[in-house]
Design a protein around this ligand. Structure first.
Ligand code: FE2
Ligand code: FE2
Length: 180
């Protein structure tokens, strides 16, 4: 039987090759968050496919920042809220089994916000963007247009991460890729 080690392959998506860290303006916006131990600890939890919560949040943050900057909207707050939008700090794949709490999709924005305010000073707008990012699954939409950008970026990144993993899985099953 083929091993499932293909899941350990690195997620080589645009967040890596775009090299957000060379964008000094972006790095200034997210200073104090992107190198904070609590933020970095999201690397211990998988989000979609082979992508960790940390990498997923960087993608959503940087994509939202690029969109808002292009449109002349508030790119600083969207960059910061994007980084923290999934700061729930557990493995949602095993969470239901371990805790009996089966509504991660609905509850994790509130958990992420509670964790975020414990460690970072946030504006009301940033808090709203984190709390409302799962709209329309959760019924109340974000109050700001920047919050809607996070909703959009989160869906696009989540979809791309899931599809990328499925593609790697297909390639692996057909023997077109090594399992290392
Ligand atoms: Fe989320
Ligand atoms: Fe997300």
């Amino acid at each position: 039987m083929k091993s499932m080690h293909f899941t350990q392959e690195k997620d080589l998506s645009w967040a890596e090759w775009e090299d957000y860290s060379e964008d000094q303006l972006y790095m200034d916006c997210v200073a104090g968050i992107i190198d904070h131990p609590v933020f970095l600890s999201m690397d211990n939890f998988m989000q979609h496919g082979d992508t960790t919560c940390k990498v997923h949040c960087i993608k959503v943050s940087y994509m939202s920042y690029c969109i808002c900057r292009r449109l002349g909207w508030d790119y600083r707050e969207v960059a910061r809220a994007g980084l923290l939008h999934d700061l729930f700090l557990y493995d949602w794949h095993t969470h239901a089994k371990e805790t009996g709490e089966r509504f991660h999709g609905f509850t994790h924005p509130r958990t992420a916000l509670n964790n975020a305010v414990k460690h970072f000073e946030l504006t009301e707008k940033e808090k709203d963007m984190i709390l409302r990012h799962m709209w329309p699954l959760t019924p109340v939409p974000p109050k700001s247009r920047e919050g809607m950008v996070i909703v959009y970026s989160d869906k696009v990144c989540g979809m791309a991460e899931t599809v990328a993993r499925f593609k790697r899985w297909i390639l692996f099953c057909f023997g077109w890729k090594s399992a290392a």
